[in-house]
Design a protein around this ligand. Structure first.
Ligand code: AHG
Ligand code: MN
Ligand code: MN
Length: 344
């Protein structure tokens, strides 16, 4: 009697776990040491630790404010601090991260004992104003290679254009927790399965539509905008069905949530410079750059309105920039109407 050929049981209907996906990516890179893979897995662990806290925030007395203000001059939420501490503690382990710069700390944190060849930038908890009202928030991160031939990294090691990042992504703590990651070769989404304690591949090769029909901007700032931004917004509200107008307006107030919707549905997100924020509100290193990296890898676009975000060279860790993200056609229209420029 022939013995039946054994095949592994189909233990899960879901895709690969994030770890498996990262590892399989490593196998395709000749000479890979596993350090980058291990660092990405550390970021994945940080996302797991933060998501478990976020999901219980109302029960574990970690809502509300700490009473402090951070380097941004913003009131610090308990969850901001917790996420920041968890992220730094996780990155310190395994010795792949040489230093990390986050929104919550005035200076970067250096790990001199690390032999690591990577730098991490992060917004540990994005959308803080939405924490206590249970609206989607997130974590944003970017990874640079660190040139150790020049000795230990310094703050200047972080002052590089976003185009030099080797990976970037974000975690959105929404109706489900989704980690979106790009290592420059496509953009992929992984959904957290709490019953398995793993992120599973759920959105392979995410592409940003070339045009959408949603615009996302804080209309409450309209009186502070330039005339160009006002004329762009007015154009999107015109009744011209033959041009696909008017657009719908959606604004969550968490960059991660507004960007995630724009990445999937297309359209445009804009936080332009205005009278109150003459350089824009959002931070280049750990908000604009990682999002720009993801959008460009997904076939979208990201600009200050006059310059590609990933080309901007930061002058300091917490530099702010105007940020316009979205479908290539929508971003080009913004540049034309708001700044009279053409897409780069
Ligand atoms: P953070 O909570 O990390 O400080 O980020 C908040 C940012 C960003 O998430 C969002 O797009 C923007 O602030 C919203 O600003 P307004 O409330 O001024 O619209
Ligand atoms: Mn933020
Ligand atoms: Mn933040």
């Amino acid at each position: 009697m022939s013995t039946p050929s054994w095949s592994p049981p189909d233990v899960s209907q879901e895709g690969a776990t994030l770890e498996t996906f990262i590892l399989e990516g490593m196998f395709k890179v000749d000479g890979a040491t596993g350090a980058f893979t291990s660092l990405l897995n550390q970021l994945c662990l940080a996302a797991k630790l933060i998501t478990t806290r976020v999901r219980r925030a109302g029960l574990a007395d970690i809502l509300g404010y700490t009473g402090e203000t951070n380097v941004q001059g913003e009131r610090v939420q308990k969850l901001d601090t917790l996420a920041n501490d968890l992220l730094i503690a996780t990155l310190k382990r395994r010795g792949h991260c040489a230093a990390v710069a986050t929104e919550e700390l005035p200076e970067a944190v250096f790990f001199p004992e690390s032999k690591g060849s990577y730098l991490v930038v992060a917004d540990p908890l994005d959308g803080s104003s939405n924490i206590d009202v249970n609206i989607s928030i997130g974590t944003i991160f970017g990874i640079y290679r660190c040139d150790r031939s020049q000795g230990l990294p310094t703050t200047e090691s972080f002052l590089r254009p976003g185009s030099e990042m080797v990976a970037a992504g974000y975690v959105i703590y929404g109706s489900s927790t989704v980690l979106v990651l790009s290592t420059g070769n496509g953009v992929h989404g992984f959904t957290w399965d709490p019953s398995a304690g793993e992120f599973f591949l759920s959105h392979e090769n995410i592409r940003c539509p070339r045009r959408g029909n949603i615009y996302s901007i804080n209309e409450g700032n309209a009186q502070r905008w330039t005339d160009g931004v006002r004329s762009w917004a007015a154009h999107l509200k015109e009744s011209a069905p033959e041009q696909g107008l008017p657009y719908s307006h959606r604004y969550v107030g968490s960059l991660v949530a507004d960007a995630h919707r724009t990445l999937f549905k297309g359209g445009i997100f804009a936080y332009p410079a205005d009278l109150k924020s003459p350089k824009g509100k959002l931070r280049l290193l750990y908000e604009a750059n990682p999002m720009a990296f993801v959008f460009e890898a997904a076939g979208g676009a990201a600009t200050t309105g006059t310059e590609r975000i990933l080309d901007v060279v930061p002058t300091q860790l917490h530099a702010r920039v105007p940020l316009v993200l979205g479908s290539v056609e929508d971003v080009a229209l913004y540049q034309r109407l708001a700044h009279g420029t053409t897409a780069p």
